[in-house]
Design a protein around this ligand. Sequence first.
Ligand code: NAG
Ligand code: NAG
Ligand code: NAG
Length: 345
Amino acid sequence: MKALIALILLVQLPIHKAAPAAPPAPLGCDDPESEAAAEVAVNYINGHSRHGYKFALNRVEDVRVVPQGPNNDIIFLELDLLETTCPILSPTPLANCTVRSFAEHAVEGDCDVKLQKLDGTISVLASKCHSHADSSEDISKICPDCPLLASLNNTEVLETVSAALNDFNSKTTGPYLRLLEIGRGKIQYHPAHVVAVEFAVGATNCSAEEAKVNVGACQLLPEDQSNFGFCTGTMVKLPSQNLHVDCQLYGHQPGVTYVHAGQDTSAGLPPSAVGVSNHDLRISYHNPLASESSSSEVFRSMLSAKPVTKRAVAVAAQHDKVPRPVGFVPPPPPPCPGKIRHFDI
Ligand SMILES: *[C@@H]1O[C@H](CO)[C@@H](O)[C@H](O)[C@H]1NC(C)=O
Ligand SMILES: *[C@@H]1O[C@H](CO)[C@@H](O)[C@H](O)[C@H]1NC(C)=O
Ligand SMILES: *[C@@H]1O[C@H](CO)[C@@H](O)[C@H](O)[C@H]1NC(C)=O
């Protein structure tokens, strides 16, 4: 019996000794923990976005973990997102949304997100994003005749939206639709002159017949009955005039509201969208439910702590370069940036 206990102690001793000596490995951008945090972050960003389209994860650019205590970490993520074809008001879950292809004139989002992992539960404390369309030169190089994104206040885009919505309203048996916002406008010149638009709409309390009598009295349905939808319109101007429009209403979605970003809603443009080709994700969000103070000041100071963490990662990387005995497993690929899920812009 004594011998058995001694044997157990002997076996256990080196393990106990070795465990605390192992340094914590830096978290890689493609590690499951980073991916789980990125998923929470992307859902949060889409949940707080009010204009344009839902975004999907393309790549985790960087991840940094700042331990706060037992089972309590602050995680900083730098994410690359890509615009999908799902409008922000669409009920389609992100997993079912298609990322817009490069040739459709992709829009990229860059986000810095601060999260907390407390007892295994990840929540967002703050996020800061910016989005921009790929350069027209990039697309023209690969596809010289592809239509390119035009400014959302481009005259031809505005004309086409108006013509498409009038055409739809003149034929529909459903409710009279009002424009909420223009999502995208693309113009092609060769081989035909084509203007393609996408815009969000809302059902009013009028039928198309009632709207003919007094369109001014037709109001968007109140919040508890709201019914949003989305239209695509294509106007061929040359060689011959032709208009095609298609609209789909989503049905009432409890809790989903459209936030008007300014007075200029008749043109379907929040002030931030005038003169640009895509709605910007630029807004910063601070989770009011977050337990920790996450003022913009704190967020900025935490982000500026980045070089220190970078240096720590660099030192760890150098450590890996120490010559290994023959037969040793080769070191893993660099932990960041992570893999590209769709395409590189
Ligand atoms: C999303 O995709 C899943 C799996 O392909 C499918 O079962 C589900 O019906 C889709 N949901 C919607 C809302 O399209
Ligand atoms: C729509 O709502 C507005 C404002 O409440 C009201 O003045 C108008 O009569 C309504 N129109 C119809 C057709 O019910
Ligand atoms: C679109 O907005 C830009 C920036 O405000 C302005 O310079 C331009 O004239 C506008 N274009 C049209 C067609 O309104």
